[in-house]
Design a protein around this ligand. Structure first.
Ligand code: SAM
Ligand code: FES
Length: 350
């Protein structure tokens, strides 16, 4: 293990802050020993704040229509090979109820930016779920909307919002997205959400095309400064029908190392072991938890539409019923000495 890298890791453990250049140094000198040292620090914080408990959120992918054309994403507007679907309000409420019956006390309603669902529609769906399950915490993940829209969803009862910043470097952002999408608007959204009072999830893709270790270091600095309640990170995985079809996918080790560093930067953060991590390695989610993650997000979408929400190639969990996914994750967590809990799972200290 590089001596200076270990010293920087020790410094991070005490100060929870490094310069971008120092984060870059850690990433440049990543090896097995440094990874394990970071994971050990990370697990100590995970244990301090969350014990051996892993939070779950039921994910309902309710539409794969999207007005955007992000170069990396399998449901981008111009992917004409993508078979499109959208769930009705009744179907969404039904999925939420199925989740409730399985013990989930929080659901994430995620989709492409599908403007067919008006603000009224989104508010009605939130209100209907809250009416039947007042103790269900509702998370939205429906992309960039206006400040007023975010305010309306909050008033209707949504309390969490996931919107990855994707990259903290505006120059890289413009290589991953077409011109009409701006890093500045992404940031505006994230700040709006925080100001309104949502628990906010930011996050980024690891080793997306063109990303340098300096870019990744900028992401770590962003997490340190913005302090999102949740931080969703996973490897970039190529999708055959996108402009990035031939780009190499992100690696397990860099993703696990980033998870450990994020836990050290912000010990209380909610950190999911993502489906993308489980896709590049058959025990990726277990490894993610052992690197410091503390959330898993099993899929509650109807099996009939699962395959169509294809963000990247070979996505896992597209054939299993909600109950199977829940059971599978429960066993996976037990196998590494962790226990899935069903309460809404707020960030420690929220
Ligand atoms: N439309 C919403 C938004 O923009 O936040 C939510 C849906 S979007 C598909 C969810 C996340 O999937 C994105 O934030 C992105 O980080 C991730 N994603 C998309 N394509 C991916 C890929 N090829 N590999 C890994 N992650 C990907
Ligand atoms: Fe879906 Fe394992 S979590 S099958």
């Amino acid at each position: 293990m590089n001596k200076k890298a270990k010293e920087l890791l020790d410094k991070l453990n005490i100060e929870h802050s490094l310069s971008i250049e120092e984060y870059e140094y850690l990433l440049d000198y990543l090896d097995e020993e440094l990874m394990e040292a970071a994971a050990e620090y990370a697990r100590a914080y995970q244990k301090q704040y969350y014990g051996n408990k892993v939070f779950t959120r039921g994910l309902i992918e309710f539409t794969n229509f999207c007005r955007n054309n992000c170069y990396y994403c399998g449901i981008r507007r111009e992917n004409h090979n993508c078979e499109r679907y959208r769930l009705s309000a009744d179907e969404i409420v039904k999925c939420a109820t199925a989740g409730y019956d399985l013990g989930f006390r929080t659901v994430v309603l995620q989709g492409g930016e599908d403007m067919t669902y008006s603000d009224d529609d989104i508010c009605n769906i939130i209100a209907r779920i809250k009416e039947v399950h007042p103790d269900m915490v509702i998370t939205l993940s429906i992309g960039e909307r206006s400040t007023e829209s975010y305010e309306r969803y909050f008033k209707a009862g949504a309390r969490r919002y996931l919107l990855r910043h994707e990259t903290a470097n505006p120059a890289l952002y413009s290589k991953l997205h077409p011109i009409e999408l701006s890093w500045q608007n992404r940031m505006r959204c994230l700040h709006d959400l925080k100001n309104i009072g949502y628990q906010v999830g930011a996050g980024f893709m690891v080793e997306s095309p063109g990303q340098t270790t300096y870019d990744l270091a900028m992401d770590l600095k962003f997490v340190e400064e913005f302090k999102p309640d949740m931080c969703g990170i996973g490897p970039f995985i190529s999708h055959k029908d996108t402009p990035f079809a031939k780009q190499p996918s992100g690696t397990l080790n860099t993703t696990l190392f980033c998870l450990s560093l994020i836990r050290m930067i912000y010990p209380q953060v909610l950190l999911p072991a993502t489906t993308a991590l489980g896709t590049i390695d058959s025990r990726g989610r277990e490894k993610g938890i052992l690197a410091g993650a503390n959330v898993v997000m099993p899929n509650l979408s109807p099996v009939t539409v699962r395959k169509m929400y294809s963000l990247y190639d070979n996505k896992i969990c597209t054939g299993e019923e909600a109950a199977e996914c829940r059971g599978c994750l429960e066993q996976r967590m037990q196998s590494i000495g962790y226990e899935i809990v069903t309460d809404p799972g707020n960030r420690a200290g929220f």
